[in-house]
Structures are given as structure tokens and as C-alpha cells.
Design a protein around this ligand. Structure first.
Ligand code: S3P
Length: 430
């Protein structure tokens, strides 16, 4: 249990926040596939990232971290991976590790069993089982849930895949299976899900041909070692962007934030809400910017629909909080994927914000939020992220503008993606 603080003097300061979780997972996986040493500067270090490294170690991949936090990935290369028998891999809480690595194992034709914690065990896996099965793999599950048992890998034939739902993890399961199997892989993503793998592959010497929504990775290419640097995660920066915007007197500068357009929907959303912020664009492989944001008293309600959802999927809980402070009715729809995240985020966001006095209604695919509402609790109140890191952090920010005593039941869950969240909050409150 942790007592959450109210911010009376605003949040002030600069921060280079934690590095991008999605990019770090991908860099570790591609580094493990390449033979030799890949160097990853500024990776994220968090529980989910540990899950990915732990899953790759039994194949003979070594991960060493130096005092600057750089990870050295030393791998025999995917053609020389160990193939231990009866391998059981625990993915903890990490959906990304699970879904991306299922693709890798199916491409390698490597029999493994995948297990995870209680939240991960509730999450749908049929979405990766179906396309991989259509490619010839055999994957057993309990009604589409963990444990997953990969019995046989995919056939070595060209892949043509049209992404049926707005999930980057599903796209990557197929992409990585095809890459590892060495077959020409063509994928159409009309949802615009995060494209970090497609962006990163050329660094590993892999040609990707893009045309509109479709990209093709010609088969038979060799994955080469590389050196890369991970930018700050916009999904973590989102908590400070919103606190900067809604906590009176705040001025926050966030450094080197990844603003890849498949991820930066939150910037569009807060612009429409009337936020005062400025971008200083930086030159880098993935687009990056310093972002300066300050408190804005008058915010406007907005509509967010299915087209925008993939570019801000992980930010919707904190955007929902922001909407409680905006004038009018905010409608977030087309976000049914929220129901199958680390928790059912439609329910957890709604129930926890209701405890603080928000005017929020859950719908089948999002929220309806009326604002502005003064958040207040009349008696000491326990809010609960239900083990979901992004809900716990959203509640930590909500408490900054809530009158009364608010306690958080599960502060440790922030370690999934942002182990120093509460320290960074202290940094801005000094
Ligand atoms: C991720 C994709 C998204 C996102 C998750 C990370 C990724 O999930 O919510 O936090 O790194 O590919 P979905 O693909 O299920 O939308």
C-alpha cells in the first residue's frame, strides 16, 4: 500500500524518461537471432524486458549489461540455437514477449511450452495461434489461453498475411515467424499498428519493401548484428504529459521521446484538447523530440474513434483521466482491445476513477466522460491498479489533483514498464 500525494505546487522539471518497451523487446529479439554481438544502448530495464531475455537464454543467448545500462547481446545466431528438450518458458506478465516469441519459436520449429502469470494466462492467444496454424504450425492451448505448447513450426512457404485486428503483437508474430523461417513475408496492416520492427530491420541488414499499408520482407536474408539506441517511451512520457497539462502550475520537459507516428496519437489528442506544448524535433533513426508542456486551465472534450485507437492504445487510461478535467463530453470508442490488456482496462479505469468522483461510464468499446470534475474523496480511499502497471501509474497521477487521502494498493506493478515511476514523480514535485 502506498499513500499517494497531491501536488500543490505543480510538477516542474526535466526528465529523460524510461526507454521504449516495444523497441527494446524487438532489439533484444532481433539481436538474439543475429550471430555475434549486438549492442543496445539505453534499453528499457523492466520486468517485461526481463521476461524476453529469460526466454532467449536457454537457446544459448547471453545478455550482459554494463554500468551505463547498455545491453550486449551475444548470440550463436538462430541457426545454432540450442534446442533443449521439454523447454518451459515463463513470460511473467508480458504479452509482447509471449506473442512475439511464439512467432519466433514457430519459425524455428522449436517445441516449447509457454506459461505466464495469472493476468497473462487470461489474455487471448488465439489471435496468434490462428495465423500461425494457417501457416502450418501446431500450437496447443487451453481454449486459446496459456499454457501454449508449440508442437510444430510453420511450413517454409511464402507468407501473405492481412492483419485482421489492430494488434502489433499479432503482426509481429507472423513477421518474425516468416523472418526466422527465411520465407518471403508480405503483410498488410490497414490499422497502422506500431511499426518499430519494420523500422529496425534495415539496421540488422534486412531489406523491407514498403508500399502503402503493405510491406514485404524478401526471404533468405541474413540477420546481421548491429548497434542501436533506444529512444524514450512515449507511453511512459504520457503520464508526465498529462500531469503537466492537468496539474496547476506545472511545466515539464521530456527529453528524446519517440514520436513515431504509429505511437504518437496522444500528441494529437492533447492538441485537440487545447494543451499548451511544444516539440523540439531531433534527428534520429526513429523520429524523436523533446516535448515541453505546461498547465492549461481550460481543456476541451474530444472524440477518439477506432482509427485513432492503435496510435494511442496504451495511453487511453491516462487520456481518460485527462478527459475528467476537460470541458464537455469526451467519447472514446472503438477501443474494445482495452478489455484484453493486462486488466480489462475499460472496467478498471472506470471503477477506479469513479472512486475519485469522476463522471465516467464504461461502454462496450471505450468510455464516456463528462468534465470538468473536481476529483475528491470524502474519506481515506484505496485505489487499485489490479496488478496493471498502466492503471497504477494513471492513479498515481489522478491523486495529484484529488483532494483527500488516496492510497494505492499495488504500487509495485509499475515495475512492469517503469520501475522508477514514483522516484521520477518525486523529482518533479521537489
Ligand atoms: C505492443 C503492442 C500493443 C501494446 C503493447 C505493446 C508491442 O499490444 O498494447 O503494450 O510492443 O507490439 P497489441 O498488439 O495487443 O495491441
Amino acid at each position: 500500500m502506498q499513500r499517494l500525494r497531491k501536488a500543490n505546487d505543480g510538477l516542474i522539471g526535466e526528465l529523460r524518461g524510461p526507454s521504449d518497451k516495444s523497441i527494446t523487446h524487438r532489439a533484444l529479439i532481433l539481436g538474439a537471432l543475429a550471430k555475434g554481438q549486438t549492442i543496445i544502448k539505453n534499453p528499457l530495464m523492466s520486468a517485461d524486458i526481463t521476461s524476453t531475455m529469460n526466454a532467449l537464454r536457454p537457446l544459448g543467448v547471453d545478455f550482459n549489461v554494463d554500468s551505463y545500462g547498455t545491453i550486449y547481446v551475444d548470440s550463436p545466431g538462430m541457426d545454432n540455437f540450442k534446442r533443449p528438450e521439454n523447454l518451459v518458458l515463463d513470460m511473467g506478465n508480458s504479452g509482447t514477449s509471449t506473442r512475439l516469441l511464439v512467432g519466433v519459436f514457430a519459425g524455428l520449429n522449436l517445441p516449447v511450452t509457454i506459461v505466464g502469470d495469472s493476468s497473462l494466462s487470461m489474455r487471448p492467444m488465439q489471435r496468434v495461434i490462428n495465423p500461425l496454424t494457417a501457416l502450418g504450425a501446431e500450437i496447443q492451448s487451453i481454449d486459446g489461453h496459456l499454457p501454449l505448447k508449440i508442437v510444430r513450426g510453420i511450413q517454409h512457404q511464402p507468407i501473405n498475411f492481412v492483419l485482421p485486428l489492430g494488434s502489433a503483437q499479432v503482426k509481429n508474430a507472423v513477421l518474425l515467424a516468416g523472418l526466422v523461417a527465411g520465407v518471403t513475408t508480405t503483410i498488410t496492416d490497414s490499422f497502422g499498428t506500431r511499426d518499430h520492427t519494420e523500422q529496425m530491420l534495415p539496421d540488422f541488414g534486412i531489406t523491407v519493401k514498403r508500399e502503402g499499408d503493405t510491406f514485404r520482407i524478401p526471404g533468405g536474408q541474413i540477420i546481421h548484428i548491429t548497434e542501436l539506441e533506444v529512444p524514450a517511451d512515449i507511453s511512459a512520457a504520457a503520464f508526465w504529459l498529462i500531469s503537466g497539462m492537468i496539474v496547476p502550475k506545472s511545466v515539464i520537459k521530456l527529453e528524446k521521446v519517440n514520436i513515431n507516428k504509429t505511437r504518437a496519437g496522444i500528441l494529437k489528442a492533447i492538441h485537440q484538447m487545447g494543451a499548451k506544448f511544444k516539440l523540439e524535433k531531433l534527428v534520429a533513426a526513429e523520429p524523436m523530440a523533446n516535448i515541453i508542456i505546461r498547465y492549461q486551465k481550460k481543456l476541451k472534450a474530444i472524440n477518439i474513434g477506432s482509427n485513432e485507437v492503435p496510435s494511442m492504445i496504451d495511453e487511453l487510461p491516462i487520456i481518460a483521466l485527462a478527459a475528467t478535467q476537460a470541458n464537455g463530453k469526451t467519447i472514446i470508442s472503438g477501443a474494445q482491445e482495452l478489455a484484453v490488456k493486462e486488466t480489462n482496462r475499460i472496467t478498471t479505469v472506470t471503477n477506479e476513477l469513479l472512486k475519485l468522483g469522476a463522471d465516467i461510464t464504461a461502454t462496450k468499446d471505450g468510455f464516456i466522460i463528462n468534465g470538468p470534475t473536481k476529483l475528491v474523496v470524502k474519506r481515506p480511499t484505496i485505489v487499485n491498479g489490479h496488478g496493471d502497471h498502466r492503471i497504477a501509474m494513471m492513479l498515481g497521477i489522478a491523486a495529484l489533483i484529488t483532494d483527500g487521502e488516496v492510497n494505492l494498493a499495488d504500487p509495485d506493478s509499475v515495475g512492469i514498464s517503469y520501475p522508477t515511476f514514483f522516484e521520477d514523480l518525486e523529482h518533479f514535485m521537489k
